[in-house]
Ligand binder design. Sequence first.
Ligand code: FAD
Ligand code: NAP
Length: 582
Amino acid sequence: MTPNSKNPKKRTAEDNVSFDAVIVGAGFAGMYMLHCLRGMGLSARVYEAGGGVGGTWYWNQYPGARCDVESMQYSYSFSEELDQEWSWSEKYSPQPEILAYANHVADRFNLRKNILFDTQVTTATFDEHKKRWHIETNRGDQVNAQFCIMAVGCLSAANTPPFDGISDFQGPIYHTGEWPHDGVNLEGLHVGVIGTGSSAIQCIPIISRQASSLTVFQRTPNYSVPAWNEVMEPEYEQAVKADYPALRAKARARPAGFYFPFNMQSALDATPEERKHQYEKRWESGGLPFLGAYGDLLFEKAANDTIAEFAREKIRNIVKDPITAELLCPDNVFGCKRLCVDSGYFETYNQDHVTLVDVSKNPIERFTNQGIVADGVEYPLDAIVCATGFAAMTGAFDKIRITGRDGLTLTEKWQAGPRTYLGLSSVGFPNLFMITGPGSPSVLASMIQAIEQHVDWMADCIGHMRDVGAETIEPMSQYEDDWVEHVNEVSKVSLRSTCSSWYVGANIPGRPRVFMPYIGGFPIYVDKCNEVMTKGFEGFLLDKVVGTEVPPKIRRTERWRMALDIDVISPATIAARRVPII
Ligand code: FAD
Ligand code: NAP
């Protein structure tokens, strides 16, 4: 279902055209990859399923969508001019503004001329004889390229659960991740929202203002911290712009790839009064930095219990009806699932026309022609919003038939969980790169930073291959196995691995339970990528290269060789379990 690609522009299919690289996706990842490759003189074609650039911010046009990383940090850092010329109007940017920014970047760097929109890549097959990828699309394109670069997004494959009777429902059903661009009028309607993740928590307060009644179906309650969003302070903006590189450098040196003050002390070393003071102070400034209150919150259950109880008390204080308040109180690890950031979410339930339905013990039974049945009760509805999330990390890969060496598909290879070397590439799939692939920090970092670091690394890698005349690059099995094991081992250190989140694929029945992103921290990961590069792409096999006599030129990656003295979290600190990771 692509409701926003109803009338794709007519065009002739590309037949037997050759490119240096095909890039799949024109979100922030695909756009920057295109910019870099073009800058290196390579020919590249981008295919994008949507009708415009922006990826997440193109698709997720639901009411209330905005970022949860501060605007001044949720943007590209590769161009100082771009940093200086763009202005954000709010502390946390709303979706339309981020989309406008993506469009501005596309225009400013003249990217559109190499992007074909409304075009879904359906297959990518490696031709071992020609050492090229053969790529096909749903518009009949058949092209080939030396490199195939997946910029398909970690949260781009919307998940609409196969509810019984879904096709019986007479009214419209919307998914937050595929929200119609021509607007949705929910004014005066009886609306049902399924889900209480970040998307739901953002749209529920706004939908409640439009609907005549709102029924929220909750399977698992979520923790959420107020955003306290506000207009951008001109002084703050000017101060950041006066030395943007300094903020960027500090952000890169942080475990989550964005900067905020955090406290390395243990919550358990503080007195109850000190903790309360610390939590109150952080609650008052709001947002994800709340989780930076102490260093051990995601490592020590006893420490986590203190912040979890503080957050539950906040819910009980905000929500007037005690039964509803208890239903909204999560009992799992605080921050285990992605922490939500809201504007008036819990307050919404104080309105008479808003009802919370608990479907934790008895799942939604079915959709009927006029509503949803849960626990034997039919809730009459005019429209249903599925805020039911995504087949995260691997879902967009599964939608493409990607065939590598020996006819093996990526989906087959990843049946028991994704296997990559550094989240960049996978054995058996030469010259296939993944931007923010599973096994890299990706969704555990501020994503534009994670994207830029990957793209810069890939650009330097491709540059090196050209320097030495290599046709293919592919990781070696032993290195991939070691990395997969390391990703798993590190995840066990964090309490994040303990709950049924989309990080472990548990939001969708039947998916293997594997912690997919790399949780060791962004700087540690970047350091590892740099080391692999400086050691002549250690762990990778480059064909046609005898020995390692040509040292790789560090070009774009240079800016990721961070000054390790800026606030960086050392491996020893990680080992000591004192790292607030968002
Ligand atoms: P995407 O933006 O997902 O773009 C991938 C593109 O690939 C899509 O346009 C898709 O249509 C296209 N595509 C996929 N498969 C194919 C195919 N087969 N053929 C053709 N095209 C294809 N991250 C943060 O760091 N901070 C935030 O505050 C934040 N907020 C978010 C809010 C929402 C609602 C969501 C869903 C995610 C959020 N994220 C956030 C994560 C966000 O996805 C990233 O920040 C970033 O936008 C990802 O960019 P991308 O280019 O990697 O992927
Ligand atoms: P999500 O976090 O996976 O939430 C999906 C919700 O739907 C969950 O509450 C889930 O319940 C529920 N659900 C799924 N299937 C269900 C079923 N069959 N019956 C009942 N309930 C069901 O998805 P999301 O809210 O779209 O967010 C995904 C990620 O995108 C976020 O974690 C974040 O990284 C990013 N995001 C960020 C922002 C932001 O603030 N900037 C906003 C939106 C999204 P369970 O918990 O029980 O599975």
